[in-house]
Design a protein around this ligand. Structure first.
Ligand SMILES: *[C@@H]1O[C@H](CO)[C@@H](O)[C@H](O)[C@H]1NC(C)=O
Ligand SMILES: *[C@@H]1O[C@H](CO)[C@@H](O)[C@H](O)[C@H]1NC(C)=O
Ligand SMILES: *[C@@H]1O[C@H](CO)[C@@H](O)[C@H](O)[C@H]1NC(C)=O
Ligand SMILES: *[C@@H]1O[C@H](CO)[C@@H](O)[C@H](O)[C@H]1NC(C)=O
Ligand SMILES: *[C@@H]1O[C@H](CO)[C@@H](O)[C@H](O)[C@H]1NC(C)=O
Length: 324
């Protein structure tokens, strides 16, 4: 891209022209890997799910993170708190996607081992909403979003074969047994919208409820599935990008998506974390490169709040906050 020297500065280092800054909100010492972030309606208070199965509530810099809830019905604090042992996941739980239904004050959680669960405003133990659809249990519940007017919940099951502990095998085998699902609050039933997806991870419904975006982490693409209108029940692939993960709506109706970009060195290629602002057509209007703060660790979430980007990652002991 940097062909004309005179443009090198502007094209290659645009971030130097902006006042970019980064801070990290450290989790408590025994917590790790905030995969996803959900803000309460209109307040800076937010929630994250961590590796040992807890959901933590962030109460500002003075109080920091407090225990709020957990997903595993048999979770023991003694056994689970502070663990990063993936083999305890089926007991301790692993909350991945989080999304509020604001009017009901419900926090929906996609737990990698316990499927779709929900927490009320008192926190503590989550209740199961759905563990299977069409007779097939969720193996790897991952992303979730709520259509606020209807309360319908969209979520992904990344694979019918591999669970979170075996995610690298799913990658190596190009697994394509993932599903996009919808929990309809009115009927309390789950509908399978799409199957045979290649590592569906993030999901976000459009503000007008006409379509939903779903990212295929293994397949490196993002799909748009139509819920209403002349193209209802059809889909198209709208964007190709390495390792797309969670997708979150912005206040103006487009989206931020976590993903990776290929970094080319002399003999090697590696992946670095990026956040991308995309519209419902998959067009990228902004890309922020986060390598300076994340190195070779990928991120799983980018969410805009108060003019800043809040960043989740399974590989960090903090929530990043990026200002630009
Ligand atoms: C929780 O424990 C009960 C009683 O031991 C058992 O029946 C149930 O299967 C356990 N549930 C999970 C999800 O492990
Ligand atoms: C997933 O991992 C667990 C333990 O790490 C193992 O017992 C199980 O067989 C694996 N399943 C698959 C489908 O790879
Ligand atoms: C998975 O897909 C990639 C890209 O298309 C390909 O290079 C690789 O060989 C595939 N792996 C398997 C096990 O099919
Ligand atoms: C589609 O997914 C189902 C499981 O959900 C699996 O049994 C089937 O083999 C998959 N088909 C293809 C073509 O991958
Ligand atoms: C997805 O992107 C990764 C990283 O560039 C690559 O290794 C992999 O082969 C790609 N997979 C597919 C199915 O295109």
């Amino acid at each position: 891209m940097c062909i004309f020297p005179i443009f090198i500065f502007v094209v290659c280092f645009p971030s130097l022209l902006l006042s970019e800054s980064f801070r990290s909100l450290q989790l408590p010492p025994n917590a790790f890997g905030p995969e996803s972030i959900a803000f309460e309606y209109g307040t800076p208070r937010f929630y994250v799910g961590v590796a040992d199965g807890r959901i933590l509530q962030y109460n500002g810099p003075r109080v920091g993170f407090l225990d709020f809830g957990f997903t595993g019905p048999n979770r023991s604090k003694k056994l689970c708190d502070g663990t990063t042992n993936p083999d305890l996941g089926p007991v301790c739980g692993r909350p991945l996607g989080l999304a509020f239904h604001y009017s009901e004050n419900k926090l929906y959680i996609c737990d990698a081992y316990f499927g779709l669960v929900v927490l009320g405003s008192a926190g503590k133990q989550a209740d199961q909403v759905s563990a299977a659809a069409d007779g097939e249990p969720y193996r790897f519940c991952n992303g979730v979003d709520v259509h606020q007017p209807s309360g319908n919940v969209f979520f992904t099951d990344s694979s019918a074969v591999y669970d979170l502990r075996n995610a690298s095998k799913a990658l190596d085998n190009n697994d394509s047994t993932g599903r996009l699902l919808m929990y309809e609050t009115e009927t309390e039933r789950v509908r399978v919208l799409m199957k045979n997806l290649s590592g569906p991870a993030g999901v976000a419904v459009s503000q007008d409820g006409t379509h939903v975006l779903v990212s295929n982490f293994i397949g490196n693409n993002t799909i748009r599935y139509w819920l209403q209108g002349p193209r209802a029940n059809t889909y198209d692939s709208i964007n190709i990008q390495e390792r797309p993960d969670n997708i979150k709506r912005t206040p103006v109706g487009d989206f931020w998506r976590a993903a990776a970009a290929v970094k080319q060195a002399a003999q090697t290629q590696s992946l670095v974390a990026v956040g991308q602002r995309i519209d419902g057509f998959g067009r990228v209007s902004q890309t922020v490169n986060l390598e300076a703060w994340y190195g070779d660790r990928l991120i799983s979430e980018v969410q805009e709040f108060g003019g800043e980007l809040y960043l989740g990652s399974r590989f960090t002991p903090f929530v990043g906050v990026y200002r630009f």
